[in-house]
Design a protein around this ligand. Structure first.
Ligand code: COI
Length: 354
């Protein structure tokens, strides 16, 4: 394939930024001025272009709408303390994007379109990167099967889009979660590790039921025995048991979370013991009885760290102690924020300055 031609840019002459109250952001509500669009057709990726954000028109026969060939990434750009802007762990997100696309038999956009596209887009819409504590510019690269044909087949055409939007932290306050032992998120051999749309749509119903019972999210258990904890809602989940940071090991039913990986790395560097191993529901119950569990939290790009205050297990609510500034989750979050803001050295090379 010919190497990436320069990204053509068509700038808007009407910014919408004045419509946004950056002090009262809501997750997913606002989109920035521009988007990148690149089509795959006739076996090759076409010329990418940055355009004013706009609706797209679709044939009702578009394959993605029927059989779910859609994959997305969720990433963030941050305003640093000196005003520069960085994109966090761009390489790791690209690698996961590729793994998700392979699993869904979808065309993989060349790395330079992904990297340069994100950089150009963030540069162009840099005024949209919030400076408020905890807020960021969310970056949403995604691909859908764009072939207009309703026969059940792997699509021959794809559309790759990246748009962005300013977001606040997703869960500012500690959440209540419920161990789910009827519905499952992902099975062995399935698509749980892939960031495909169906994984999220399939989670709506059990989450709705949990909400009706007063819990914000479910704690997913394994599909075979409902015995081991897998994820929490749309995040990885971590526990502090006996002063050790514990989380489920990666598998085909668990998303290889970028925040998960970052927190494990930071915790180990801070001198904490970390364990990636199966955590059973029974172990959690026992840890509550023996008071050896001190923290539980979700880890994801949107939420960063989502502290858990209550876990419902087999008909009973178990409560976590309040989180102080020296709790591990707050130490990890602070250090991660400092690295992103340029207040601490980026020894891991996670920041791509745009
Ligand atoms: C994220 O944490 O960024 C996610 O992808 C979850 C969600 C907002 C869909």
């Amino acid at each position: 394939m010919e190497l990436l031609k320069e990204i053509k840019t068509n700038k808007t002459n009407q910014t919408r930024i004045g419509e946004v109250d950056f002090d009262h952001l809501e997750f997913g509500k606002f989109v920035s001025d521009h988007m990148l669009v690149c089509d795959y057709a006739s076996g090759d990726w076409q010329q990418p272009a940055i355009l004013p954000f706009a609706d797209i028109s679709l044939s009702p026969a578009t394959l993605a709408l029927h059989y779910g060939q859609t994959v997305f990434e969720g990433m963030k750009a941050f305003r640093m303390h000196d005003g520069r802007i960085n994109i966090f762990r761009i390489e790791k997100h690209y690698d996961r994007f590729v793994r998700s696309l392979d699993r869904m038999c979808m065309a993989v956009p060349p790395k330079d379109i992904f990297m340069d596209g994100l950089r150009e887009l963030v540069k162009l819409d840099k005024a949209w990167v919030p400076g408020q504590p905890g807020a960021a510019l969310y970056l949403r690269p995604f691909i859908y099967a764009s072939e207009a044909r309703f026969g059940v087949k792997i699509s021959d055409q794809y559309r790759f889009i990246i748009f962005t939007g300013p977001v606040p932290e997703l869960y500012a306050n500690p959440i209540k979660v419920k161990v789910e032992n009827k519905y499952i998120r992902a099975a062995k051999g399935g698509t749980g590790f892939a960031k495909c749309g169906g994984n999220y749509g399939g989670a709506y119903y059990p989450t709705k039921l949990a909400r009706e019972q007063g819990y914000e999210q479910v704690l997913w258990t394994d599909a075979r025995e409902n015995k081991f904890i897998e994820e929490s809602g749309m995040m990885n989940v971590m526990f502090v048991i006996n002063d050790t940071l514990v989380t489920a090991p990666l598998s085909d039913s668990i998303l290889d979370g970028v925040t998960r990986d970052s927190l494990l790395t930071i915790a180990a560097d801070l001198g904490y013991t970390t364990e990636e191993r199966p955590v059973s529901v029974e172990e959690l119950e026992k840890a509550f009885h023996e008071k050896t569990i001190t923290e539980a939290f979700g880890a994801g790009t949107a939420a960063v760290v989502a502290p858990v205050r209550t876990i419902h297990i087999n008909g009973r609510d178990y409560h976590l102690p309040q989180y102080s500034a020296v709790s591990l989750l707050n130490q990890l979050k602070q250090k991660l924020e400092n690295i992103r803001a340029g207040l601490e050295e980026d020894v891991y090379n996670w920041n791509t300055i745009v």
